[in-house]
Each structure stands twice: as structure tokens, then as C-alpha cells.
Write a protein that binds this ligand. Structure first.
Ligand code: FES
Length: 253
């Protein structure tokens, strides 16, 4: 397990505070990156480095239900690749191609060939570092794959704070209470200071935990969680990072 030098707390705490044999209490898993499969549809799975974690579960599930899929697993070198033995010993190993940065040319990921023919029955799933994800998603989009067929899970998002962030108001629909959100504060923080708590997890617009319905007003989306279609509807947003274009947002809480 790598210790992340830029940890926001989790990686550091795992290394510093947890010892072998410790008993950890955990919550119920939340899945913000579900398969949208049916046995009839097929899937193209792309994993970059440790982004294999959710992709591996998808491969196992798709294999168990007999669905058609291909998994492409990109990493620096075999020695830095998690779950190699588990995948090679699995019943679905012939559905998986490894692509190592330090490997021969012929095993490199041939994205143009893989994405050449968009198919409404084929879903793309991608998880990995930001550059890897952007490369796959942009290539798929350029090749005509619609956004709703491209499923993604980011580890983290780059901060999207703008120099000219403007203040605005949030009205809580259930109580009518109006809370001012200053330019330098998130909606979640401003509401928390006023005693209104919205559950959060990543606080970066990645996980979807904080998604809140909007009754009135126009949000300025800054997340990577909602799809293009969901953003265009403007009826929900991620208050951990997104803001408002209108002077007031009325939230369904
Ligand atoms: Fe993760 Fe807002 S807390 S998207």
C-alpha cells in the first residue's frame, strides 16, 4: 500500500495509525460507479494503475453473469501491477489484456482500434489517474461514443476555484431560511456554519455523496460526478464544490 505524500488524511492515517491485527469498524459500502449492464450488452473496461480496484469487481461480476466484456489494464510495469496473479488465475483471464509502459510496442493499448465503432449496446468504464481517464474519455467522445455510455470514476479532482468566484444566497426550501455563501466558502461549509448539514465524502465533486436537488436557480457545475445530461438539466448539483450562476439557489432540503 503506497503512502500518498499529498494525502488529505486517509493514506497518512492508514500508515501512521493502523497496525496489523487492529480491528477496524467500517460503514456500508457506497457504490457511485455501478455497472449499467444487462447480459445482452457488452462492456469495455479500462483500468489505469490502482484504478483496477473497481474495474476488477466489474470484470468478476460480468464474468459471473456470462456477459461479454473486455478489460484493458494499463500500468507502468508488471512489478507495479496489482492483482496480476488473481487475474491470470481467474476464469475470465482471456478477457483481460495487460498494457505495460515498459513492455514491447505490440502490447501497448491500441485505443483507436478499440474505440473505432461506437455501439449503443456497449458501455465503457474507466478508472485511473486523471490523465489516463481524460485520454480514454476524450478519445471515446471524439470517436462518437455518447456520454451516457462512458462511465467513470475519478480518484480526485483538480481544484476548480476561480479567481472571480462570486457570493450568492441559498434558500432552504423546507424552512425558507436564506444562507449567504461568501466567495471564498463552499455551499457545504456555509450551510454547516448555519447549522444545515449535507453529508459529504470526497469534497471534490468526485463521489456524488453530497448531490442535492435544486428547485430554483442555476448552478455552476464544478464536479466530475454528474454526466453532461445531468448537468444540463440543472436540477441537481454537488454543493461541496459547485456554485451558482444565479443570485439565489433554492435547495430541496
Ligand atoms: Fe463527493 Fe460532493 S462530497 S461529490
Amino acid at each position: 500500500m503506497l503512502r500518498d505524500a499529498n494525502s488529505r488524511g486517509g493514506s497518512r492515517a492508514m500508515h501512521d495509525d493502523i497496525r496489523e491485527g487492529d480491528v477496524l469498524e467500517i460503514g456500508v459500502p457506497k457504490n457511485h460507479f455501478p455497472l449499467a449492464h444487462s447480459v445482452q450488452s457488452s462492456s469495455l473496461l479500462f483500468a489505469g494503475g490502482i484504478g483496477v480496484t473497481p474495474i476488477l469487481c466489474m470484470a468478476e461480476r460480468l464474468s459471473n453473469i456470462g456477459a461479454e466484456f473486455q478489460m484493458h489494464y494499463c500500468s507502468r510495469s508488471p512489478s507495479r501491477t496489482a492483482f496480476v496473479d488473481r487475474i491470470r488465475r481467474s476464469a475470465y483471464s482471456d478477457h483481460v489484456a495487460f498494457h505495460f509502459d515498459d513492455g514491447p510496442e505490440e502490447q501497448r493499448l491500441d485505443l483507436p482500434a478499440l474505440l473505432a465503432s461506437p455501439n449503443p449496446e456497449r458501455h465503457i468504464y474507466v478508472c485511473g489517474p486523471g490523465g489516463f481517464m481524460d485520454f480514454i474519455i476524450e478519445s471515446a467522445t471524439k470517436n462518437g461514443w455518447p456520454d451516457e455510455l462512458i462511465h467513470r470514476e475519478y480518484f480526485a479532482a483538480a481544484p476548480k476555484k476561480a479567481a472571480n468566484d462570486a457570493p450568492f444566497d441559498v434558500r432552504i426550501a423546507s424552512t425558507g431560511k436564506v444562507i449567504h455563501v461568501p466567495a471564498e466558502e463552499t455551499v457545504v461549509a456555509a450551510l454547516a456554519a448555519a447549522g444545515v448539514r449535507i453529508p459529504t465524502s470526497c469534497e471534490q465533486g468526485v463521489c456524488g455523496t453530497c448531490v442535492t436537488r435544486i428547485i430554483e436557480g442555476e448552478p455552476e457545475h464544478r464536479d466530475t460526478f454528474l454526466t453532461k445530461q445531468e448537468r444540463a438539466r440543472n436540477d441537481q448539483f454537488t454543493p461541496c464544490c459547485s456554485r451558482a450562476k444565479s443570485a439565489t439557489l433554492v435547495l430541496d432540503i
